[in-house]
Design a protein around this ligand. Structure first.
Ligand code: ZN
Ligand code: ZN
Length: 176
């Protein structure tokens, strides 16, 4: 590619032809993947034309369909962030894009099961700090906690038997 300085010198001469050379263009319905570098969010790095900076999917849409209407942003219908197939891009409002996105909030609202696979149904669900939480997981955490706590109880051997010595005020234990 000739190094960064050469790229700087040539980027104002970029053309749609040069753009498509950097795209794995497939059949009309498939994802067309950007072959150039990706940014840390997985989107294609920017493409410069006449000193103007474009995100690669925005550039693809612009030269294939037209400019993105003001106030709207392009949503990847295929969820493949470095795809530049204009058929997979739809201008939507920022709000719609966030709702559709694979953001945590959207995922969380759609979840039917907790991360361990217990159902979020009316019996097994409670609200913790405004978020849904799993009762079964809470029960398991409590059990683990009790186990760990019991392990911490000192033991002594009396007449060949191991006996737990509960310190004074040990929670949930009646020292008769
Ligand atoms: Zn796609
Ligand atoms: Zn659970």
């Amino acid at each position: 590619m000739g190094g960064p300085i050469n790229q700087l010198l040539t980027m104002h001469k970029n053309t749609p032809e040069k753009f498509w050379k950097r795209v794995d263009k497939r059949s009309p319905d498939e994802c067309w993947l950007w072959l150039g570098p990706l940014n840390e969010d997985g989107y294609g790095e920017r493409f410069y034309v006449n000193g103007k900076r474009f995100q690669v999917h925005v550039y693809s849409y612009t030269i294939s369909v037209g400019p993105v209407p003001p106030g709207l942003q392009l949503d990847h219908l295929c969820r493949v962030r470095h795809c530049v197939n204009p058929k997979h891009l739809e201008p939507v409002t920022c709000k719609v894009n966030i709702l559709r996105g694979v953001s945590n909030a959207a995922l969380n609202a759609k979840k039917t099961h907790c991360p361990k696979g217990h159902p979020y149904n009316s019996v097994n669900t409670y609200l913790r700090r405004g978020l849904r939480a799993c009762r079964e997981c809470a029960r398991q955490r409590n059990r683990e906690f009790s186990k760990a706590r019991n392990k911490a109880v000192p033991r002594i051997t009396i007449n060949g038997k191991r006996v737990r010595i509960y310190p004074e005020g040990w929670p949930n234990h009646k020292t008769a």
